[in-house]
Design a protein around this ligand. Sequence first.
Ligand SMILES: Cc1cc2nc3c(=O)[nH]c(=O)nc-3n(C[C@H](O)[C@H](O)[C@H](O)COP(=O)(O)O)c2cc1C
Length: 194
Amino acid sequence: MTTEANTGGPPPATSGVLLVLAHPALERSRANRAMAKAAKGLSCVTFRDLYETYPDFAVDIEAEQASLVAHDVIALQFPLYWYSTPALMKEWLDLVWLHGFAYGHDGVALKGKRLFVACTTGASAKAYHAQGYNRFSMDDFLRPLEQTAHLCGMTWETPFVVHGAAVKDDDALKAEAERYKARVASLLPAQQEV
Ligand SMILES: Cc1cc2nc3c(=O)[nH]c(=O)nc-3n(C[C@H](O)[C@H](O)[C@H](O)COP(=O)(O)O)c2cc1C
């Protein structure tokens, strides 16, 4: 485990956005592929494709912790799968965001950072309401991540959600990707942008 947070020395220099993408079939993706392509063009962004990096789910815990420590903003991008993250993003959270690192008495490595979630859904926006067929709002479904941020002393940024991703045409997805890129850039102070 990385121990930067526990040495008592000066905090490490941090900058930029760590954009962590989890999509198990990016070659078939339309929404997340377009969004990632747009956002990773920003110079302030360090891009990590979890399924490409860890096809066997053997997450390098030390490397991932070091990346988290080195960035100001942690962005998690994924398609909503069964009202949650794809499996490898959950595995990454389970293995990397450990007691003593991310939370617990000495676990202050993420404290003060910001957590930003970008998520696409198959269902339309109106499905994500008390009267809609998914019965709960997106805020409700993202609550475990919001509470994770809180537990780790992170600021929870308003999520970026693209609903009805599967039925949007290419122009609409391109517009969403540009909107996403602008949102990611806006997470940083002006001097760190683009
Ligand atoms: C295994 C699986 C589970 C899914 N679960 C949900 C879900 O819970 N809610 C939803 O709105 N869409 C669900 N979808 C649809 C995806 O979220 C949607 O296809 C994706 O966001 C589109 O993005 P992409 O073009 O990047 O693949 C699911 C799709 C798959 C394959």
